[in-house]
Design a protein around this ligand. Structure first.
Ligand SMILES: Nc1ncnc2c1ncn2[C@@H]1O[C@H](COP(=O)(O)OP(=O)(O)OP(=O)(O)O)[C@@H](O)[C@H]1O
Length: 221
């Protein structure tokens, strides 16, 4: 079988909190409003005011979630704060049926639960990538790396959304993510040093173009 063009393969985007994933995605969606989409996750938590079933999440009962789990409907799933969250194969297919490339943002923090359509599990991002690897989804794995740990810390502090304890936690998680990336877990790495340069590479990858990619920085600063 000839491999599918990369544009038709889902794109799994991962990288430490604060590295600039949302910034890159926002630019991409602004430039190409119709070309990309996020899959809508399932959750057993209750909808918050203003949230619409099928838009922010598919809101399901724990029984329904378990049923879907037993049917192997999920690409990946996790439990957080007593609730289940999962990404189903079907929702990825729905994005593809619209002729859009599905982007899976394997992000891992509570704050991003407010971002619609983005999968987000505290400290579970490595598990997310590992779970996806066991499926037949055949995505392109892209890792966004900071130029250094010092730069990542500065970005998290400058963003002003985290307490010092939360920054520490994110930096510790970032270290294990970068270590995992150093094992060659991803197809491609983009170092988000200069935003314009990183975005140029990102938009190429998103559009299915082949690029050489960057080298991961050392971890010793
Ligand atoms: N190349 C860059 N140089 C300097 N600052 C940047 C760069 N890219 C993004 N930033 C800034 O870094 C901060 C973190 O970016 P962003 O929120 O996009 O990260 P994220 O990876 O989506 O984080 P999270 O996973 O926690 O949502 C933001 O304040 C953003 O403006």
């Amino acid at each position: 079988m000839t491999p599918r063009p990369d544009f038709l393969r889902p794109l799994v985007l991962s990288g430490p909190s604060g590295v600039g994933k949302s910034t890159l995605l926002q630019r991409l969606f602004a430039e190409f409003p119709d070309k990309f989409g996020f899959s809508v996750s399932h959750t057993t938590r209750n909808p918050r005011p203003g949230e619409v079933d099928g838009r922010e999440y598919h809101f399901v009962t724990p029984e329904k979630f378990k049923e879907l789990l037993q049917q192997n409907a999920f690409i990946e799933h996790a439990q957080f704060s007593g609730n289940f969250y999962g990404t189903s194969f079907e929702t990825v297919r729905q994005v593809q049926q619209q002729g859009r490339r599905c982007i899976l943002d394997i992000e891992a923090q509570v704050a991003s639960y407010t971002r619609p359509h983005i999968i987000s599990f505290l400290n579970l991002k490595l598990q997310g990538v590992r779970q996806i690897k066991k499926t037949n989804l055949d995505p392109v794995y892209l890792f966004i790396s900071p130029p250094s740990m010092a730069a990542l810390r500065a970005r998290l502090q400058k963003r002003g959304t985290e307490t010092e304890a939360s920054v520490q936690k994110r930096l510790a998680t970032a270290l294990s993510e970068i270590q995992y990336a150093k094992e060659g877990a991803h197809d491609l790495v983009i170092v988000n040093d200069d935003l314009d340069r990183a975005y140029e590479l990102f938009r190429k990858v998103a559009q299915g173009e082949q690029i050489a990619g960057d080298t991961l920085p050392p971890l010793d600063d």
